[in-house]
Each structure stands twice: as structure tokens, then as C-alpha cells.
Design a protein around this ligand. Structure first.
Ligand SMILES: [Fe+2]
Length: 312
């Protein structure tokens, strides 16, 4: 049996030109809490998550995805992965060492095949978190991150080869072919997904809500606040999770979700779903149509950070 190199998704880091609006959105509207600030960088935690932070925002001229961070089982697993990447000719940004970010730990960064910065870490201190209560429309944790790439087949192969990610399901279109691959690194249906797009960029980041009621309350809270809704509310077939997508002030798509499927990995076989069928994109039939507006917003802007290490 193949071992997963990553235990779980930790956080996503974004650099944005409009920092003040971004911070206001994630704290006062989206429901994250400030865990710390260091110069131009603010760390945002989800109340229900043991991760030190689930989103990091940094004030910068260029909008970019700074990095995506995953956990490893222990320091030995970090070293093993660094060696494996080095042997494969993958460009490491730094060698494994002590991390200077909140919670410390041991890890390193590297560029994936598309030039995204990925961080892997172990032994990061656990944050004091709490149970999200009934009716609280705030994220419990970061659920998954989806990325765009012009070479999804290559990116899927990269994440399979080096980290043991497995494909849970694939979305296809009769004219466009295979378009999205849902990838797992534990028994959750997906911690990441890889989408075919016009350029590598963040497609969306998704936050797990306590349950259906809290997910709907969060959706309603965004609608009432006038946050631009991209798509939803609805329930996807792949992953069986609910979705409501909104645009943050710097044009990144963020999702409230809940009830993402946990797989029985011994018996699971990936499906190839045709997303031109409305029941595939939304089992409920409540969401607006998956059209060119939704696709265009999901493509995001051209990422300015490819093969450029973030300063922090
Ligand atoms: Fe999602």
C-alpha cells in the first residue's frame, strides 16, 4: 500500500495589494480570527482547528499565491521527502530546518511542477482551539485547496509520484475532456483538486463549516453583506460536499462547504463524472448554472509568484 507523504492540509498563504480590505473580509465577514501579525503578514486561524493558522495574508504589490502548506508525520518524513524531491530534480527553496513561522516546527519549501511554492512541516505546535457551537457560522477548518494549471495531467502525475496523492474522482466534459481531478492524501475525498485552466493560479480555497445549518447561515451572512457570490448554494456529486463560492476583495474565490465525503479507501473506485449534467455539479438544483461566469472567476488572475519564493 502506498503511504501518503502528507498527513493533511495546513494552510494557504495569499499576497494581496489591498491588504486592509482583505483582512476586514476574513475577520469580520468570513469568520476567521487573527492569530498573530508580523510586519506585513497576518496569520488567521479557524476557531475549530488545531492548526496555528489556516490563512496567511501578506501585503504586497503583486497578487499571488504565496504557498500551500501540508503536514508530515514527523521530522524523518520531512527529510525523506526532501531527499526524494532532490533525487527527482525538484527545486527545493530551502533545506529542511526549523521554521520561523507561528508554531515553529521542522520543514522546508519547494516549487511544484507548475512553480507553486509548497511547504511541508512536522512538529508544529498545536493551537488551542474549541468546538464550534450549534448555529455558529464560522469555519471549523480549512477543507481543501484547488489549483488551476495548463497541464493538469502533469500536475496530477507530480503529486502522485512524489507525495502519493490518489485520484478520488475526475470531472469531464463531452467537448473539453477531463477538466478536474480530486486528489486525496487521507480518507477525505479531496484535500486538493487540480483544474485545467488558462494559467496556473489559485482556483479556490474551501472552509469546512460545522454542519448544514451553519453552512447555510454562513452563506446567508455573505449574501446579506453583499459579498459577490460566484456559485451556490448547492451540493456537488463528487465528494458529496455542499458549496457556496464567494469572491474575496482581491478576487480570490473562497468556498463554504460541509459534509465532504470520507471514503472507505479499501473499496473506493474513482468515477469519471460528466459535469455537463446538472446533477453532477449540483445534486440539489439550488445553485445558479455552472456557466462561463463561474469558470472565468475560477480562473483567477495570472499568478505573479510562479517559481518565485515568497519573502516570508
Ligand atoms: Fe471546493
Amino acid at each position: 500500500m502506498t503511504e501518503y507523504a502528507f498527513t493533511h492540509l495546513r494552510h494557504v498563504a495569499l499576497a494581496v495589494p489591498d491588504f486592509d480590505k482583505q483582512l476586514d473580509f476574513y475577520t469580520r465577514q468570513w469568520g476567521l480570527s487573527v492569530a498573530g501579525t508580523d510586519g506585513d503578514t497576518t496569520y488567521l486561524a479557524a476557531e475549530g482547528s488545531p492548526e496555528q493558522y489556516v490563512v496567511r495574508i501578506r501585503k504586497a504589490t503583486d497578487k499571488r499565491l504565496d504557498l500551500i502548506s501540508y503536514g508530515a508525520a514527523d521530522a524523518a518524513a520531512v527529510d525523506t521527502l526532501a531527499e526524494k524531491l532532490g533525487r527527482g530534480g525538484v527545486q527545493l527553496i530551502n533545506e529542511p530546518g526549523t521554521l520561523q513561522t507561528p508554531g515553529g516546527g521542522y520543514g522546508f519549501r519547494f516549487f511544484d511542477n507548475d512553480g507553486r511554492t509548497i511547504e511541508i512541516s512536522a512538529d508544529v505546535a498545536v493551537r488551542r482551539h474549541r468546538k464550534v457551537e450549534e448555529g455558529e457560522a464560522i469555519p471549523v477548518k480549512l477543507s481543501h485547496v484547488v489549483v488551476n494549471t495548463t497541464d493538469p495531467e502533469g500536475t496530477v502525475a507530480f503529486y502522485e509520484k512524489y507525495f502519493g496523492f490518489k485520484v478520488s474522482d475526475i470531472l469531464m466534459h463531452p467537448r473539453m475532456g477531463n477538466m478536474m481531478w480530486f486528489m486525496r492524501t487521507n480518507s477525505f475525498h479531496h484535500s486538493m483538486a487540480i483544474a485545467r485552466g488558462p494559467h496556473p493560479a489559485l482556483h479556490h480555497a474551501s472552509f469546512e463549516m460545522r454542519g448544514l445549518d451553519e453552512y447555510m447561515r454562513g452563506t446567508g451572512k455573505m449574501l446579506r453583506a453583499g459579498v459577490e457570490k460566484i456559485w451556490g448554494p448547492g451540493r456537488h456529486l463528487a465528494g458529496n460536499n455542499t458549496f457556496s463560492y464567494f469572491l474575496d476583495p482581491n478576487g480570490n474565490t473562497m468556498e463554504y462547504t460541509t459534509e465532504l465525503e470520507v471514503l472507505d479507501e479499501d473499496t473506493w473506485h474513482p468515477h469519471l463524472y460528466d459535469f455537463s449534467e446538472p446533477e453532477v455539479t449540483d445534486q440539489w438544483g439550488t445553485a445558479n448554472a455552472m456557466d462561463e461566469f463561474v469558470a472565468a472567476k475560477s480562473f483567477n488572475d495570472v499568478d505573479k509568484g510562479l517559481f518565485v519564493a515568497p519573502p516570508v
